[in-house]
Design a protein around this ligand. Sequence first.
Ligand SMILES: [Fe+2]
Length: 274
Amino acid sequence: MTSVWIPSDLHTDASPWTPPLGPLVDIAIVAGDVADGLCWRSIPWLVEHIRPRARHVIFVPGNHDLYGCRYPDEIARAREAAIAADLTLLDCGQVRLVGGIQICGGVLWTDYEITGNRAHALRVAGDRHLGMNDHRRIQTRDRLGVPAPFRPLVAAGLHAEHRGRIERVLAERWDGSRIVVTHHAPHPRSLLHGEVRETIDAAYGSDRSALMEGPTAPDIWIHGHVYVSRDYVVGGTRVIANPRGHDTSFRRRDGTWSDVRENPAFNPNFTIEI
Ligand SMILES: [Fe+2]
């Protein structure tokens, strides 16, 4: 059996966190949002806090990891940093084999189609005041390499690329176990309310249930980005999310504790056996 430890959305810069002591696991899979700042915060934190606890560390970046960064430049630097630190960075559908387990990962982003009104979802996500912070805090480059804003259509283009690569990996024969890891959610049941309710849901996940219900379904799909714990089955796939979220709990002057955890169901030691 192979032990797989699954924490995500740790936001260690917003509220410091140290994993509790626990046994050495075979694989740690972190599905994004360790901190704002991929190379200068997220990867060093993984090296200090996760690497000592796992024989193999798989990391898929999230949107927050890219805050304050220029997307393609930061990813290129992060690949080098990950290699140097003996971490595996899977950002756009790359594959890592650990024993008989194939792990395919990518941010995934989203297609903005889960609500059924893509044009409206793109407008809401990209609203400069009320939309996703991603489009204010991440920069990118256009096709000519010129610095450019990271607008929702850029994210949708990345989604198509990442999704296509994941689908091609799944289409190839593999006789062992298969895990897909994405930051963005792959099914409506993973959304905040367990279903599609509001337009902004389209920025949090897309519906990849056809992959889970098809003949090439991965055994497990791990994700983050939505700050609720999830563990359910669609078709041949077990979908798992164990996000910490933002934790701004504090001790009051009278010594009592104010519990303001974004996801009280977060299990710091959530581990499965494959
Ligand atoms: Fe996220």
